[in-house]
Write a protein of this length. Structure first.
Length: 305
């Protein structure tokens, strides 16, 4: 049974996710010890309610959680054939795939978070639009761009689920305009930066300069880019994906379709959350899409019918 591990991005985090939501296992204790030694800070300082108001801490928490859960499942005999991460989730995906060392990932994700956070310290974010046709969303965006501060189509998560990025008042007015044309729902996400659009292009270029000095290895599990919706084998392509996914549109629906077309039958989402699992179920209708959070280990490892 071909298996994919998926790794969530910002918005899935919650307080205590590193203290109360990790396997009680030697792998966990080793990684948490390494984090505290490398970052020179306590784990408890990363995932409190106050700490998670900062983009840099959110991304660190997602990296640590994703790597620990991925390595734990591999240690239990559940190896992925593919890894696929959304935004910051690309970093734990790259570590589990053997492309990037955990130490380097900690440094890069810390830098990534600070770059994004300092570029847009307040008043910017992301908003989800559900149960709406893409043509309606794009039509309103085209109209709004000439009237107010730009709003960007950041994520194409499903055929009727999208995420917008930009200045929060503009996001809200754009959502109202979309709702006036379609019976849909909208909600602001727990993301404090306008990811996956050109607003972060300069920050992505800075991160790439640092990544050029970092050793990237060929993946031992197939690495799927959520922005390109294809498997990346070339080291420079992976380096570009890690640096620039913050400024590139997410094509999660197409990436899930790629997994289906390649014969993937089991998709396991690394904690925290289960949003990616729900999205994958829309595409892999006959597959087994599971969120590791809240699912018994035996069910995650089960390969029968």
């Amino acid at each position: 049974m071909l298996t994919a591990f998926t790794f969530p991005g910002q918005g899935s985090q919650f307080p205590g996710m590193l203290m109360d939501n990790l396997p009680d296992d030697e792998i966990t204790h080793r990684y948490l010890h390494d984090v505290e030694m490398i970052l020179q800070r306590k784990i408890t300082s990363i995932d409190t309610s106050e700490a998670l108001k900062e983009t840099a801490n959110v991304q660190l928490a997602l990296l640590i959680s994703g790597v620990i859960w991925g390595e734990y499942l591999v240690s239990q005999g559940c190896e992925p054939d593919y890894v696929l991460g959304l935004s910051a989730g690309a970093y734990p995906a790259a570590v589990v795939a053997g492309c990037l060392s955990f130490n380097d990932a900690l440094m890069l994700v810390t830098m990534r978070g600070h770059l994004m956070q300092t570029a847009f310290p307040h008043d910017y974010g992301m908003l989800a639009i559900l149960n709406v046709n893409r043509s309606v969303v794009e039509s309103v965006l085209n109209q709004q761009s000439s009237q107010t501060e730009s709003v960007y189509l950041a994520n194409i998560n499903a055929e009727d689920q999208f995420v917008l990025a930009g200045y929060i008042p503009a996001l809200v007015s754009t959502a109202e305009a979309i709702k006036s044309k379609s019976r849909c729902t909208a909600r602001l996400l727990d993301v404090a930066v306008p990811s996956h659009c050109s607003l972060l292009s300069s920050q992505a270029d800075i991160l790439l300069d640092t990544l050029k000095s970092i050793s990237i290895n060929k993946p031992k599990y197939r690495y799927v880019s959520a922005s390109k919706s294809r498997v990346l084998n070339n080291i420079d392509d992976i380096r570009q994906d890690l640096s620039h996914n913050m400024a590139r549109q997410v094509h999660w629906h197409d990436s899930s379709q790629l997994l289906l077309e390649r014969g993937v039958e089991r998709v396991i989402e690394m904690p925290p959350g289960s949003t990616l699992t729900a999205l994958c179920r829309c595409v892999l209708k006959d597959g087994r899409c599971l969120a590791a959070q809240g699912t018994h280990l035996d069910s995650l490892l089960f390969t029968g019918t």
